[in-house]
Design a protein around this ligand. Structure first.
Ligand code: 7TS
Length: 417
């Protein structure tokens, strides 16, 4: 099978066969077959560079941070704060004060909901989310609505999975206080026009949180160019460890927000009469953080930038085009989500076969895909589907993986008739 996307002159090329050698897990077999990992949207695999960085830190430099005068504590603090600077450069934040380490996207969104939105919003205020959001970018806002009396509004999409910008603009008004949207849909791969969404929201005085969980692994994200107020993502979808993620927030907003969790590290002084809080970013990082996770995330960012995000984007685009074209040749397959601007994800259903059954057959063939509602139940309701099968692509996938997927689907077609 040849890649269907035209090779544009000067498009950087990624040598995926070489990249694969950086990911030891890809050598293993599943059900006696070579692993074909097409579930990086749920969690990507880690390159040796990340595994080694974590091991090196844990083996030689671990201690608690920000407290010891001893050498190991200083080494650990340097590693952790060095990772924060690495993240700042990766997303082009102005200052490391704007980079808050959290457990992941879910925690980042809840932090903003509880410390930015909850104290400010009241009955009559509105929060806008889009129809294709992951539950992590719906439920925290519903909780805020319950807690404050604010109302949740939903910006619609069409059946191709495109965000309807003009309909969104109609929902905006001075009542809109927060707009929370995905940068890339986890279920469909649609890329949302975030810059335009931000500009329109700002014109009404609303702040914008972008859920970047599915965007940061696949394209350059520059939070200043986007102009967003908050940007959330997880390390484990970015070739880094689990349990570490980032909340970017504009310094002025973070300064104006009360702390979230109370405890060690987030205070300056504590007495039973009055406690004073630490400066950013420590104000939002109560307790001992995931130090090795931050170290691993920094190593993942080094790794990604060594491959080049333009090369990664072009490579994954070719795979999405190829998979979309090949899947449509299989009788009874329908692609779900056909927006022109998509990143790394191909969702589909097969006539007469439940996605879970299809997923099980694919697993027998060593092909790992995600099946289900993808934590986007309102989107599935809109599409009139209980579930889809989702293949998601990463730097280590190749045209051979697409071939394996297509061949496994061919077998499923035979089994189910
Ligand atoms: N937002 C989006 C767009 C996501 O894709 C996910 C996880 C989250 C938020 C939550 O991230 P977490 O790291 O805090 O769990 N998405 C998926 C997925 O698509 N399949 O498994 C997890």
């Amino acid at each position: 099978m040849a890649a269907t996307a035209p090779r544009v002159a000067n498009t950087p090329v990624l040598d995926a066969e070489r990249v694969r050698r950086d990911f030891p897990i890809l050598d293993r077999t599943v059900n006696g077959r070579p692993l074909v990992y097409l579930d990086s949207g749920a969690s990507s695999q880690r390159p040796v560079a990340v595994l080694r960085a974590v091991e090196e830190y844990e083996t030689h430099s671990h201690a608690n941070i920000h407290r010891g005068v001893h050498a190991l504590s200083q080494a650990a603090t340097e590693a952790f704060e060095g990772a924060r600077e690495r993240v700042r450069r990766f997303i082009n934040a102005r200052s490391t004060k704007e980079v808050i380490f959290v457990r992941g996207t879910t925690e980042a969104i809840n932090l903003v909901a509880q410390t930015y939105a909850r104290p400010r919003l009241k009955a009559g205020d509105e929060i806008i989310v889009s129809e294709l959001e992951h539950h992590a970018n719906i439920v925290p806002w519903q909780m805020i609505c319950e807690q404050t009396g604010a109302t949740l509004k939903v910006a619609p999409i069409n059946t191709r999975g495109e965000f309807l910008f003009d309909e969104y603009v109609k929902l905006l008004s001075p009542r809109t206080k927060i707009v929370a949207v995905a940068h890339v849909s986890n279920a469909l791969g649609t890329v949302l026009p975030v810059k335009k969404i931000v500009d329109a929201a700002h014109a009404q005085g609303a702040v914008v949180l972008v859920d970047g969980a599915q965007a940061v692994p696949h394209s350059h994200v520059d939070v200043r160019a986007l102009g967003c107020d908050f940007y959330a993502f997880s390390g484990h979808k970015l070739y880094g460890p689990t349990g570490i993620g980032v909340l970017y927030g504009r310094e002025e907003l973070l300064q104006s927000m009360p702390p979230w969790q109370g405890g060690g590290d987030m205070i300056l002084t504590v007495s039973f009469d009055k406690t004073t809080y630490n400066d950013l970013p420590a104000k939002f990082e109560a307790g001992t953080p995931n130090i090795s996770g931050a170290v691993g995330l920094a190593a993942a960012m080094d790794y990604i930038e060594s491959l080049g995000l333009d090369a990664i984007a072009a490579h994954e685009h070719r795979l999405v085009e190829l998979a979309s074209a090949e899947l449509q040749k299989i009788p009874g397959i329908q692609l779900i989500g056909t927006a022109p601007n998509k990143a790394s994800i191909v969702s589909f259903v097969m006539d007469g076969v439940h996605p879970h059954d299809l997923g099980t057959i694919l697993d027998h063939e060593g092909v790992a895909v995600r099946t289900g509602h993808h934590c986007a139940m309102p989107l599935m309701t809109f599409l009139g589907l209980p579930a889809t099968v989702r293949a998601s692509f990463a730097v280590y996938n190749t045209a051979n993986d697409v071939k394996s997927l297509v061949s496994a689907l061919g077998k499923a077609r035979e089994v189910f008739g």
